[in-house]
Ligand binder design. Structure first.
Ligand SMILES: Cc1cc2nc3c(=O)[nH]c(=O)nc-3n(C[C@H](O)[C@H](O)[C@H](O)COP(=O)(O)O)c2cc1C
Length: 373
């Protein structure tokens, strides 16, 4: 029997919001939704600070945390004692530098380069199993966290047992109904059926096709949330009609006042169309839906070196992004974003987004009920 998410997590409206930004997580949760904090961008020390801040500001409400715990990983990267940055082949570094030099995007000044190196080194192993477990240890010190989610495959069995013993709900992103059996086997409670429209790492099956397939495969034993391409209240009704318990969203929060994106980044987002949100491997070595730019497209050219495996490609990307951001070059800027950016044209607060979704939901529901008369 699937768990009752509303009863266990205490939200008013079944809107789950994934964000790397603590303010978004807090505001969504206070506005009646359920915020889930993306931990992967933080070192264990920073994560401790971010979670403590959320604890203090979320009015005692429960919230969630999301980690990238990979089922498969680069063994060499995991076991190496040397900084992973130093494992990036010179050919790849030269290729990146060439793209940016040609565009007139200057290298970082020495002090900023060193600071970036320190930051990357502090978190570069977050997406290896051992590194991810360090983040898990930090999160377990925060009892207001009532949901743990992992992307990139099922969580290890022992971790699921540990979380269940603490009354924490276990969720997993799922891009194919064929993967449901693996999540069932480890004891996952909630499947986040994430379609290809979504920002971030995605599969190829669209949300409209995927959600009912995952609902069928879950067979009433696990709750399902619909994710990918959702930015309207009418889609909550659609998700529920397909058997989902609610929605899981990411891109819509990027353009909010509370989002940590800089004014430069928001401007690029608001100027982009849904067709600019494409699937590319340049960001992590795996397929990510992200904004297309001159930088991402240069990596697709026939003369480009092959993408590196995670986490090395991701480190190379972060270094390039620091240069692009500093030069404020929107034509070279790429960042994870889903197809719903089409409808995002100006900043709104998190509360306004939740209010709009709820009111559209009510309208759509009465429309559907009217049709049934
Ligand atoms: C900027 C960005 C970063 C993301 N990073 C992660 C992540 O670290 N872990 C994760 O499980 N999902 C991540 N996702 C995917 C979201 O959890 C979510 O499934 C997705 O955004 C839903 O589709 P939507 O973008 O159309 O709303 C990310 C999405 C975006 C937009």
């Amino acid at each position: 029997m699937a768990i009752d998410l509303k009863a266990r997590l205490g939200f008013d409206t079944p809107i789950f919001a994934f964000s790397h930004c603590r303010d978004v997580v807090v505001e969504v949760t206070k506005a009646g939704g359920f915020g889930v904090f993306g931990a992967v961008m933080y070192s264990p020390e920073q994560l401790e600070q971010e979670l403590s801040w959320i604890d203090q500001h979320v009015d005692g409400k429960p919230y969630g945390v999301d980690m990238l715990i990979p089922a498969k990983y680069d063994k060499e990267a995991e076991e190496s004692d040397q900084p992973l940055m130093d494992m990036i082949p010179q050919t790849h570094r030269d290729f990146t530098s060439h793209i940016l030099d040609e565009a007139g995007i200057p290298p970082l000044p020495q002090d900023q380069q060193e600071e970036l190196r320190r930051r990357i080194t502090a978190r570069e192993k977050n997406v290896t199993p051992v590194g991810a477990m360090k983040l898990v240890e930090v999160a377990l010190r925060h009892p207001q966290i009532k949901m743990f989610v992992s992307a990139l495959g099922p969580m290890p069995n022992e971790l699921v047992e540990e979380l269940h013993s603490r009354d924490i709900i276990v969720g997993a992103l799922c891009g194919s109904a064929r993967h449901v059996k693996h999540h069932r086997a480890v004891g996952t409670d909630v499947l986040i059926a994430q379609g290809a429209e979504a920002g971030g790492h995605t599969g190829t099956i669209s949300t409209m096709v995927l959600v009912p397939e995952v609902v069928d495969a879950a067979n009433g034993e696990m709750a399902v949330l619909a994710a990918g391409g959702i930015s309207r209240g009418s889609q909550i009704v659609a998700a529920q009609a397909m058997g989902a318990a609610g929605i899981w969203t990411g891109t819509i929060w990027l353009g909010t006042v509370e989002s940590e994106l800089s004014p430069f980044e928001k401007e690029v987002l608001f100027g982009s169309s849904g067709e600019d949100a494409v699937q590319r491997k340049v960001l992590s070595g795996k397929s990510v839906r992200m904004l297309r730019s001159k930088f991402s497209e240069a990596w697709e050219a026939p003369d480009a070196p092959p993408y590196l495996p995670p986490p090395l490609q991701g480190i190379l990307f972060l270094e390039a992004r620091a240069r692009i951001d500093r030069a404020q070059r929107g034509d070279y800027y790429s960042s994870p974003a889903g197809q719903v950016i089409e409808g995002m044209t100006e900043q709104t607060t998190v509360r306004e987004v939740i209010y709009r979704l709820n009111s559209e939901y009510a309208d759509a529901l009465s429309l559907v009920c009217g049709l049934a008369d």
